[in-house]
Design a protein around this ligand. Structure first.
Ligand code: GRF
Length: 206
């Protein structure tokens, strides 16, 4: 069976949605470990409550030492059997840019969720960017991580209408509900071997 690691930095609501859906929908993947770069991430408590191993790899001492930090992460991934042959890594609100070495080692095995319809509004504060730009629709995107920021092949997107009355908070809330739907769906597709990568395009096998 595949082994899954979820990397978080804070709240962990996407992590929770993934873990619950693995149980409920019997997704064929073992939730091996949740790793946070912050010891006070609220998601750590949720993971423990759900019976999943947790690890903290504190990033505060690794400013400007991205590769060193990621090497430490990769050691922990290996320890839990989340390997480049048999693993899946989900970035779920993990507030660090990962190194090209990490991306290359786990090629097409690292997923990320972004709260906008990529390639629009990449980077931070995506929901605020959408409102300020005046977009009428935004949404969320699950994609493979590549060596850029929010730029890997797109697996699933969900659309959310932007209302005239929206604030960053209200739009973020509606987008988050959709995130909690599509991220578990993408994990399921991966676990069932249904994702085929063809250049930048992802083909979902029947
Ligand atoms: C989500 O909006 C996700 O799209 C973004 O960071 C946020 C994380 O939220 N990358 P949570 O920690 O999963 O609740």
């Amino acid at each position: 069976m595949l082994n899954l690691a979820i990397l978080i930095s804070g709240r962990g609501s996407n992590m929770e949605a993934i873990l619950k859906s693995i149980k409920k929908k019997k997704i064929p993947i073992n939730p091996a470990v949740v790793i946070s770069n912050k010891s006070d991430a609220a998601g750590l408590k949720i993971a423990k409550k759900l019976g999943v191993n947790t690890e903290v790899v504190d990033s505060s001492q690794y400013k400007g030492k991205r590769l060193e930090y990621d090497k430490k992460l990769m050691l922990i991934l290996n320890k839990y059997g989340v390997t480049s042959k048999n693993g899946l890594v989900c970035l779920a609100g993990f507030m660090r840019i990962i190194s090209p070495q990490f991306v290359r080692k786990y090629k097409n095995r690292i997923l990320n969720i972004h709260p906008a319809l990529l390639p629009s509004f990449s980077g931070l504060q995506a929901q605020e960017q959408a409102i300020k730009y005046g977009a009428k629709y935004s949404g969320c995107t699950v994609h493979f991580a590549n060596e850029g920021v929010d730029s890997g092949p797109i697996i699933i997107q969900a659309v959310v209408k932007v209302k005239d009355s929206d604030t960053e908070g209200s739009l973020s809330k509606r987008i988050l509900t959709k995130e909690h739907e599509i991220y578990p769906q993408a994990v399921k597709l991966f676990a069932e071997g249904k994702i085929k990568v063809s250049g930048r395009r992802i083909i979902i096998k029947n």
